[in-house]
Ligand binder design. Structure first.
Ligand SMILES: [Zn+2]
Length: 314
């Protein structure tokens, strides 16, 4: 008898439940709101049940393309990951340094170019270095290199100094950071037109210490040779932008290590927070090809491996 009453009561509850959901309407878009309403009704609250529950707003999504893996300020170009010329063709935005620099500083060859988006930061870094030194001797000895140009550098270096030397100091064509338009070699230019040794200058010491404030990193350091595969180069600086350069400098990470860290330790739910003098940023890695559009100022860069780094100013 008791069992019969319990079964009857259970059937009644199921029937009433179904009737309630039909009455409110359970289209897919409303399912979440409906169950929220039924939960609060069950909890015995006396809130009014809205006649037309608002549908949960659908976030605006953005698509991340295959090409975007290979473009942006954080792309890794080394002996394992070649530069993707085709993917960058429309976005690299090369400008002639001499024609676009915001103040005069020496450029070894007048046809040198860099990605236009980093030139203002390069100008500021050189101006700040010169101001700190009290001279006007900081200049550029190498900038963007096409595939053919790098082939030429490789051939000339190996002819003059042997293949072992070339392998240690010159990237194989297609695998040079100079292809990105985001890397420059810095030099010392005296007023009589001759060049000095940047590596032995105080400018090199200053730039190693301060380049990150302008979004640049000294890419090939002595203690990272095992990772980068390139010997200590005090003159080669790579633009990665803010806040990445600041975090890499503070934590002594080369680009390979930084991307490895972002890829393994961060996500949209668990971003890296970096504070700089110009603001605070959230940074995370994703390999998703469709993500909710971040709110506010954001940037997306590929890692040139398999995913994307999202940087949002908070
Ligand atoms: Zn270089």
């Amino acid at each position: 008898m008791t069992i019969c009453i319990l079964v009857l009561a259970a059937l009644c509850l199921v029937f009433l439940g179904r009737t309630f959901f039909r009455a409110v309407g359970n289209s897919p878009a409303q399912t979440e709101s409906v169950s929220a309403v039924s939960q609060s009704a069950e909890a015995g609250t006396d809130q009014e049940v809205p006649e037309e529950p608002d549908a949960t707003p659908t976030p605006e999504m953005i698509n991340l393309t295959e090409d975007m893996i290979h473009t942006g300020d954080l792309i890794l170009v080394n002996s394992s990951y070649p530069y993707d010329f085709a993917a960058n063709e429309s976005s690299i935005g090369l400008v002639n340094i001499r024609g676009s620099q915001s103040f005069y500083y020496q450029v070894e060859k007048t046809d040198y170019e860099v990605a236009g988006r980093m030139l203002p930061s390069l100008d500021q870094m050189i101006a700040a270095c010169d101001a700190a030194m009290g001279t006007s001797e900081t200049g550029i000895t190498s900038a963007y290199r096409s595939y053919d140009y790098q082939q030429n550098v490789w051939d000339t270096t190996s002819e003059q100094n042997g293949e072992d030397y070339a392998r240690a100091y010159v990237a194989v064509p297609g695998y040079s950071e100079h292809h990105t338009g985001l890397a420059v070699d810095i030099g010392i230019f005296y007023s009589d037109g001759s060049q000095g040794s940047f590596s032995e200058s105080q400018n090199a010491v200053w730039m190693d210490e301060h380049s990150s404030e302008f979004g640049f990193v000294r890419r090939y350091a002595e203690d990272k040779v095992d990772i980068t595969g390139i010997r200590n180069e005090k003159w080669h600086f790579r633009y990665v932008g803010l806040p990445h350069a600041v975090y890499m400098k503070q934590n002594n990470l080369c680009l390979e290590e930084y991307l490895e860290y972002l890829g393994s330790q961060t996500s949209a739910e668990n971003p890296l927070t970096v504070s700089t003098s110009s603001g605070t940023y959230s940074v995370w890695y994703t390999s998703e090809t469709s993500i909710p559009k971040p709110s506010g100022d954001y940037q997306i860069s590929g890692d040139n491996i398999a995913g994307y780094i999202i940087t949002v100013r908070v």
